[in-house]
Structure formats: C-alpha cells, structure tokens
Ligand binder design. Structure first.
Ligand code: ZN
Length: 319
C-alpha cells in the first residue's frame, strides 16, 4: 500500500466524518450518540416562551387593571363634582328667578287644559269658566295645553272631545296665547330628546289641526324643571321655556287657601308670571282679578312681559 495514498485517504475520511458530524449537529442530531435532542429542547424552549408570554400578559393585565381602577375612581369623583355643581346651580337659579318687586304687572298662565270636572249632578267645565271670566274682565292669558286632551283615544267619552276642541278655538279667537305643556304630562327632563320631540310635535300638530294655526314658541315642562340637555334642545328648536315667579297653588296648600296665598305673595311685592291650573283657577280667578284691579296691578300678555323683562330662568332638575 502506498503510504502517501493511505494518509491522504485517512485525511479525506476524517474530513468527511467531520462534515457529517457538523451536518448532524446542524440538523439537531447529537454527534456522539446520534439521538435527537430537539424534541425535548424544543418543548422546553416553547414552554419557556409561552411561560414568558403568559407572565408578561399577566403583568400587563395587572397594570391595566390598576389603571382602570384609577380611571373609575376619577370618573366617580368627576360625577360627584358634576352633581354638586348641578345642585349649586339649581340653588343659584332658584335665587335668580326671584321676581324684582319694582316691576309692575302680572302674567296669567294656566296649565293642564282644557279640563273638565265630571260631576253627574253639577258638571263644571273649568276651562270654559276660565275663558268666560277672562272675557268679562277683558284680559289676556296664556294656556299651556296637553296634546292628549285632543286625542280621541284619551280625551274621554261623549261630547268631551268636541268641547275641548271648542275651548282651544275660543282661546285663539279671544286673543289668548297657546303654549305647549306636553302630550302626556311627563316632565321634559324625564324624556329622551327623541320622546320629547315626538311629544312637542304631536301636541303642535293637534293644535294646528284644530285651530289651523301653529302654537306659540312658549312651552312649559310639567313640574317646571328641565335639564341642561333639554334646555339646549329647546333653544335649538326655537322653543322658549316659561317658568314662573308666583306659584298660585303650592302642593302643601288646600284649594280654599290658594287665593289667600296669591294675595300674600302680591302683598310682599312679588310680580311676574303666575302659574295656575284651569281646574283650580275657575274657583278663585274672579276674586283674584278683582284684587289685582284694586291694587292697580296690571295683567299683561306673556309676550309683552317677555319683550320688557325677559323670561325667568328655569331651575335644573339634577338626575
Ligand atoms: Zn301640568
């Protein structure tokens, strides 16, 4: 054997073996025992990666949770502040609506009509009576009417609906102002803006259908209060909310105390818009007009009052 050839052949063998080992290692095969190491190693690596992902995600979730808790606390404290501001605003507005004693005159406003008292032996048609009293005194008033009173499914049986329609026509013909109260007597702040739109439009449509005329821009929420959202909505739609200066029929009084109460308010020097209801006022209105005449307190239409003094601010109802 040629030693040179033998040597070069050995060296070639060793190079080949070396390359095979490298190839095996790069393929993930242990060079010494030829067993696959990748299966376990890969599992360990994958587990480690997954574990790291899980731990990272848990840490991130924890920080997100802490952040959310802090945000919740901030929102709660902001809501508390808003409620506090709303209540302070309510008090401030309540102070602002106090009438100015030097201003002469009052405005007569009636809510909830047309209305009728059902009594089998002695039926009293409140709104008709109020209209008769105003006509004989030669004064003008404003009526905030309910759309449902002209709804044949709600207004009642017999001739009621026709009489209500006649009342509305009389109010227009006799020079009174027609304002919208609500369709179903729900405070505006309790209605969604969509509901409120339906209610105001529904009442306006009834008024137009019966009288041939659109109602005035004056509206009054049942209970008198509104929310900032309602205030913005009304002004955007061109409505004017009419709060009052003198509440003629406070809830804590009995009907036979109303007249004395209004007189005592007037005696204090209070003037401005008087809130009454058709069904109560029919009993004390003649005496009230007599008293106003005696005291030389003028009864003026709402538009005249508004053009001179503006309208009182309406208190907000905090939610
Ligand atoms: Zn009402």
């Amino acid at each position: 054997m040629n030693p040179v050839r033998n040597q070069s052949s050995m060296s070639l063998n060793s190079i080949i073996k070396d390359n095979i080992e490298k190839q095996q290692i790069s393929n993930g095969v242990d060079a010494s025992n030829g067993v696959k190491i990748t299966k376990n190693t890969r599992l360990i690596i994958i587990s480690c990666v997954l574990g790291a992902i899980l731990i990272t995600s848990a840490i991130l979730n924890y920080f997100q949770y802490r952040k959310n808790q802090e945000l919740l606390k901030t929102i709660e404290s902001m809501e508390k502040n808003i409620r506090q501001i709303q209540e302070e605003n309510l008090l401030l507005r309540a102070k602002l609506i106090q009438p100015i004693p030097e201003i002469p005159g009052v405005v007569l406003t009636f809510d909830d009509g047309p209305s009728r008292h059902f009594n089998k032996t002695n039926p009293i048609e409140h709104t008709e009576m109020v209209l008769d009293i105003l006509k004989s005194a030669g004064v003008k008033a404003t009526f905030f009417v309910l759309g449902s009173q002209f709804d044949k499914n709600i207004a009642g049986k017999g001739d009621t609906l026709e009489r209500y329609k006649n009342c509305l026509n009389r109010q227009v013909q006799e020079g009174h102002t027609i304002g919208i109260h609500d369709y179903n007597h729900i405070p505006y702040w309790r209605q969604s803006l969509r509901q409120l739109e339906k209610s105001l439009d529904g009442t306006a449509n009834k008024i137009k259908e019966i009288t041939g005329l659109n109602p005035s821009a004056y509206v009054r929420s049942p209970g008198g209060r509104i929310s900032p959202e309602v205030e913005a909505y009304l002004s955007q739609k061109g409505y004017k909310h009419v709060y009052w200066h003198i509440e003629a029929e406070p809830l804590n009084l009995k009907p036979n105390q109303y007249l004395a109460h209004i007189k005592s308010e007037l005696d204090k020097g209070l003037r401005g818009i008087i809130l009454m209801h058709d069904h109560n006022a029919s009993s004390y209105l003649p005496e009230l007009i007599k008293y106003l005449n005696e005291k030389h307190i003028k009864i003026v239409p709402l538009a005249e009052w508004e053009s001179k003094y503006g309208l009182p601010l309406t208190p907000y109802q905090p939610r």
